[in-house]
Design a protein around this ligand. Structure first.
Ligand code: S3P
Length: 181
């Protein structure tokens, strides 16, 4: 397995925050795919959705993963919440390293994103219904794509980071534990 950690999960699941902590602790480079796309397109995510639509944004995500796939090592890759929706993206993420799904409940998402205006998919009325529908649809896709899932709602950042690093080290053979074959 390649030495990268890929974080997937719903909007507000803590991918960026956990990514920052992991990068610091492991001394890895942090890559945030949303920020990379905003930089390349020279526009905010909101503007990309507004002017070119979601399909175009998804194509940007695929293009970025293709570019990153072979070159990256010792990186924490924090992805946009919809990244694994396209099958090709899921496959690319899987090849890039240890994929961790940060699972989150609807109420936690609502608490965290209550006043957020940067997520086009939750804009407008009835954000709660949008979150429930999207979570229900996406949960199995996140589970299918990831090597490991963590329920994050009642855990501290330190607990989550520790659990990820422990499992990552086992997967990459860095833990001193001899794996049974
Ligand atoms: C999206 C999540 C966002 C961003 C875009 C679409 C999604 O990233 O990529 O707004 O489809 O869930 P975060 O998960 O960082 O909010």
């Amino acid at each position: 397995m390649k030495k990268n950690i890929v974080l997937i999960g719903f909007m507000g699941s803590g991918k960026s925050t956990i990514g920052r902590y992991l990068a610091k602790q492991l001394d890895y480079l942090l890559i945030d795919t949303d920020k990379e796309i905003e930089r390349k397109e020279n526009k905010t995510i909101n503007k990309i959705f507004e002017e070119q639509g979601e399909k175009y944004f998804r194509a940007c995500e695929t293009q970025l993963l293709r570019e990153m796939e072979s070159s990256k090592e010792k990186c924490i890759i924090s992805t946009g919440g919809g990244m694994p929706l396209l099958e090709e993206n899921g496959r690319l993420l899987n090849k890039m390293g240890f994929v961790v799904y940060l699972n989150v409940q609807k109420n936690t998402v609502m608490d965290r994103l209550r006043d957020d205006i940067t997520r086009p998919l939750l804009a407008g009325d009835d954000a709660e219904k949008k979150v429930s529908d999207l979570l229900e649809f996406r949960n199995p896709i996140y589970e299918y794509t990831a090597h490991m899932m963590i329920e994050t709602d009642h855990k501290t950042i330190d607990e989550i980071v520790e659990e990820i690093i422990r499992n990552y080290k086992i997967m990459t053979g860095d833990s001193g534990i001899v794996q049974q074959r």
